[in-house]
Design a protein around this ligand. Structure first.
Ligand SMILES: *Cc1c(COP(=O)(O)O)cnc(C)c1O
Length: 399
């Protein structure tokens, strides 16, 4: 995403990119508190992978930690180290890397590392020896997800090796982790079987001599519907950002991201005028349209062409014609009897593509439904020239 830097030697302002995401940090704090209250007996590990689901990992991490989270979860080793480098000192766990990676530098940076296969344990043992530091590791067990994680057949052998590595002083096991397959479908029997499997694994590891003080399983869906399931940490991601993983229930979460772009011009078109490439929409009447400066290069899917609304000055207007790389068109409707543009829309206004429904904006989930995907993918989509603005005061109550 764009960072605006003035040209060297010039004090003249450079217009910011017309597409932007605005991040409501108080909403992140509010959502963190909701999650913590759902699992009062557990600590919250805030998942800020993928640049905080597109919201900006450092600001989200700091906000969640201030609001009660005690650690952070990310995917890659580089994401973890980047958070250390901006001065975040809380525990950070990273869970996806190659068993061929040299992890000594990451151990040296004080990052907790998941161990999702026996081969990964080889890498961590080698990295710990090389770094001369004790590696903090979290075996990641496959309790039924069928993705990353150590299969049950290898648990006992892995625990044995970890006991030996703890004795040698090169490894400290912080706890076990697993990940749900179907937590967004409460009542699915796989959920209970995974919970039971992790509890049994913790018991087994402890009986073999691993203390495993902090174990975790619950993503957002698990945390919101079942709390911690008796484990010591919950590990939510999407709900921190105000989006509910459970169909039809919002749990009082507040969406933290608003994606908008500027209206660059407003103009009259005659009945019969085709709009944008391919003329996929033909004006059915004399009407007024607005040109909005965001396109698929900025995260507005071309697949949404002729199929979404934007919020402009409190009203909703239909997008018409094909979404292009850099821009799209919205129909404002015929001029009023007095000749005014509907809604008083003019160049410079901001068209909100999705944001907080409490402020009248479309929801990221609306796009997800139309696209046949999930809102997770929608909030990760803003990119290209979109600039991110992070707000420490609530956006609710503005306007
Ligand atoms: C992404 C992720 C999470 C967070 O999941 P949400 O559904 O966003 O709450 C937790 N744990 C792991 C291992 C993940 O990859």
């Amino acid at each position: 995403m764009t960072t605006i830097v003035p040209a060297a030697g010039s004090t003249a302002p450079i217009p910011a990119g017309p597409a932007r995401v605005d991040i409501d940090l108080p909403a992140i704090a509010h959502n963190t508190e909701i999650l913590a209250a759902k699992a009062p007996d557990a600590e919250v590990m805030a998942v800020v992978k993928a640049d905080g689901y597109g919201h900006g990992a450092p600001a989200v991490a700091r906000t969640a930690l201030e609001a009660g989270a005690t650690s952070l979860g990310v995917t890659t080793l580089a994401e973890a180290v980047a958070l250390r480098q901006v001065g975040i000192s809380a525990p950070i766990l990273a869970w996806l890397y190659s068993a061929g990676d040299d992890v000594s530098g990451v151990i040296g940076a004080g990052i907790d590392i998941a161990v999702p296969s026996p081969e990964h344990l080889d890498a961590v043992v080698a990295g710990a020896r090389k770094s001369g530091m004790r590696a903090r590791v979290t075996p990641k067990l496959d309790t039924g997800l069928g993705r990353s994680g150590i299969m049950p057949l290898h648990w006992e052998r892995t625990f044995d090796r970890l006991v030996a590595a703890e004795r040698e002083g090169i490894i400290e096991v912080t706890g076990l982790m697993a990940h749900f397959a179907n937590a967004d479908a409460p009542g699915d029997p796989v959920i209970d079987s995974q919970v039971t499997a992790l509890h049994e694994a913790v018991e087994q590891a402890r009986s073999m001599g691993l203390e495993c003080p902090r174990n975790h399983h619950s993503n957002s869906a698990g945390t919101l519907t079942r709390g911690s399931d008796g484990f010591e940490i919950v590990r939510p991601g999407i709900a921190l950002y105000g989006l509910s993983p459970i169909e039809g229930e919002d749990f009082g979460l507040r969406p933290a991201m608003t994606f908008s772009a500027e209206v660059l011009m407003v103009k009259d078109v005659n009945e019969g005028q085709g709009i944008s490439y391919g003329h996929s929409w033909i004006a059915p009447r004399d009407t007024v349209v607005a040109l909005v400066a965001a396109g698929y290069a900025d995260g507005v899917w071309r697949l949404l062409s002729n199929n979404f609304d934007v919020q402009l000055r409190g009203g909703r207007y239909a997008q018409v014609g094909r979404v292009c790389m850099d821009q799209f068109v919205v129909e404002l409707g015929p001029r009023t009897a007095s000749g005014a543009v509907p809604g008083g829309i003019r160049a410079g206004d901001r068209a909100v593509m999705f944001g907080d429904p409490a402020r009248g904006a479309p929801h990221a989930g609306d796009w997800a439904d139309k696209l046949g995907t999930i809102h997770y993918e929608v909030v990760c989509a803003a990119r290209g020239r979109a600039a991110r603005y992070v707000h420490t005061t609530s956006l609710q109550g503005e306007e």
